[in-house]
Design a protein around this ligand. Sequence first.
Ligand code: NAP
Ligand code: ZN
Ligand code: ZN
Length: 347
Amino acid sequence: MIQAKGYGATSKDSEIVPLEFNRKSLGESDVLIDILYCGICHSDIHTARGEWGAAIYPVVPGHEIVGKVMQVGASVTKFKVGDIAGVGVFVDSCRTCNPCKKGMEQYCEEGMVPTYNGYYRDKLTLTYGGYSNCYVIDEKYTLHIPQKENLAGVAPLLCAGITTYSPLKFAGVGKGHKVAVLGLGGLGHMAVKFAASFGAEVTMLSTSPSKEADAKKLGAHHFALSTDPAQMKALKGKFDFILNTVAAKHDMNKFLDLLTLDGKMLIVGIPPEESAYNAAKLISKRRSIIGSMIGGIAETQEMLDYCAAHNIYSDIELISAQDINKAYERVINSDVKYRFVIDMKTL
Ligand code: NAP
Ligand code: ZN
Ligand code: ZN
C-alpha cells in the first residue's frame, strides 16, 4: 500500500477535511502520478453528500486530475518518469465486454471502476480520488497530456471536457446546426466552447442574468434567460440540439418545447431527483432524449489532442485545498467561473 494524504468527506454531512489513507501499491502496469491539479466537478458534491445514494466513506473526491509521472511499473511502455499525465472519471473496466472492446469503457457491462468511491476489480481495494498528493493507475487508463502550459486549465477537460465533447460528436453537431446549452457551469462552459468550435450557432440558456457577457466571451452567439417566459416562448421550435447540463431539479418539458422537428435533447446533468417528460412533447415533433456519460479512453485522448490543437482550455479559478468547502457552496449557488481547480501545492 502507498500512504497518501488528501481531502475528503467522512460522512454525508461532513465538511471536506484533511485525511490520510492507503492507496493500492504500484502494480506492473501502473504509473504513480504526483498530482499537480484537480478540478472540482459537481459530481464530487453529489457523491460526497450522498445525493446519489450512500457513498463509501471516507470519500476522497476528484476525477479531473493532471500530474507528473513519478514512477512506472516494470511492464509500462506508454509512460516514463517525468511525463505529464491525466486521470479522468474511471481507472479500470472489465476489458472484455463489447463496450470495452469498442473503446467505450465507461459503459462497461461489469461497471467501470470509478476514480473514487468504488472498488478496484479485486472488489476489496477502495479507490480514492484526486483531492490528494498522488494517484496509482494502470497505464491503459491514463491519458497523455499534450499541452505544455496552463495545466490547471487542462485538468477540467478530463471530466467536464470529455462529457460535453462526446455527446456533441455522437450527435454530429457542426456547421448549420442551432445548439442550445442549458446551464453555464463547469460542463456548460466547455459545451459552449466545443459547440462553437465545431461550427454550430450556440445559444446559452441560463438562470443567471449576470452570466450573459461571459457566455458570449466563451463563444455563445446568443443568450437567453431560461426563467423569463417571454424569452422562452420566442425560442419555441428553434434548436436542433439542447445539451442539458443542469445539476438540480428542473422542468425538462419547458426546454423540450424549444426543439425543432427531430430535435434532440442530450442529457449529461444528473439531478438527484427523477425528471418527468411529457410524451406529447416528444411525439408531436419526433423529438428524442439521449443520455451520455463521459467518454472512453481513446475519445478522451482525441478530445485532449483536439483542445491542444485548437487552444481550448477550461476557464478556472485556482484555489487552495483549504478552500474546497467554500468552493462547494459557490458551485451549489451556481456561482462558479467556470471550474474550481485545486492547486495541490497547497495540500
Ligand atoms: P455546475 O458547475 O454546478 O453547473 C450546473 C449549472 O446548471 C449551474 O451553474 C447553473 O447554471 C445551472 N443550474 C443550477 N441549478 C439549476 C436549476 N435549478 N435550474 C436550471 N439550471 C440550473 O455543475 P457541473 O459540474 O457542470 O455538472 C453538471 C451536472 O452534470 C451535475 O449533475 C454532474 O453530476 C453531472 N455530470 C455528468 C457527467 C456525465 O458523464 N454525464 C459528467 C460530469 C458531471 P446557470 O447559472 O447558467 O443557470
Ligand atoms: Zn465529473
Ligand atoms: Zn467491460
